[in-house]
Design a protein. Structure first.
Length: 219
């Protein structure tokens, strides 16, 4: 069970101290938004490249950008651990996933709450992780959409049927109240923004979330 705090909830002006306040994280989740695919603007390649130089954890980069076939491989070239693209933004997802992996990052595909799991069926053999968005992408601090929990189960069932051991990530409204349900549904990688950053002791909160996710897991 892996906890990837979203630095979208961090204080960008004091990023270095913010990152040390979440050092018990398994990786840092970095939301790249272009004000086009989603109605918000965050980081670009310069910022991600600099984070890659200073962060003491792997970067899990989530691209919420249009024309991801063109721009996606450049993020892998920064040396980040993992690059997630949206199926809704890619015309050649198989080719994109292969490019990202060839450069040396893990490749992941994301689906928005309204996108059917069938949209990524044939891509499952080409990626290392599936991200099921549990809110509409664009902003932190939203409530998890309950219907998305069933999609997590659907993805995990598809993977089991294909004999694939991929990571299943959830992002959006993950809290201590719902993380064990998400883990039961088949998620093993959890993006948490406000539920980590609003805690006084963020590292303790990360450890608590991880323990809650593991709690249901009898293996």
């Amino acid at each position: 069970m892996f906890i990837h705090p979203s630095i979208l909830s961090a204080d960008f002006v004091n990023l270095e101290s913010e990152l040390s306040s979440i050092s018990s994280a398994d990786a840092f989740h970095v939301d790249v938004m272009d004000n086009h695919f989603v109605p918000n603007l965050t980081f670009g390649p310069q910022m991600v490249g600099r984070l890659q130089e200073v962060a003491k954890r792997e970067l899990d980069v989530h691209l919420m950008i249009s024309d991801v076939d063109r721009w996606g491989p450049g993020y892998a070239e920064l040396g980040v651990a993992s690059v997630t693209f949206h199926i809704e933004a890619s015309n050649n997802p198989v080719e994109l996933a292969r490019k990202i992996r060839k450069i040396g990052s893990r490749a992941a595909v994301a689906i928005k709450p309204g996108t059917d799991v069938s949209a990524i069926e044939e891509l499952l053999v080409e990626v290392d992780m599936v991200l099921v968005m549990t809110v509409e992408p664009g902003f932190g601090g939203q409530k998890l959409i309950p219907e998305t929990v069933a999609k997590v189960s659907q993805v995990r069932s598809s993977l089991l049927a294909k004999g694939l051991e991929l990571a299943v990530q959830v992002d959006g409204g993950v809290t201590e109240d719902n993380i064990s349900d998400l883990a039961k549904a088949g998620a093993n990688t959890f993006v948490a923004g406000s539920s980590v950053f609003r805690a006084v002791d963020r590292n303790a909160q990360i450890d608590k979330l991880r323990a809650l996710a593991k709690g249901h897991h009898h293996g």
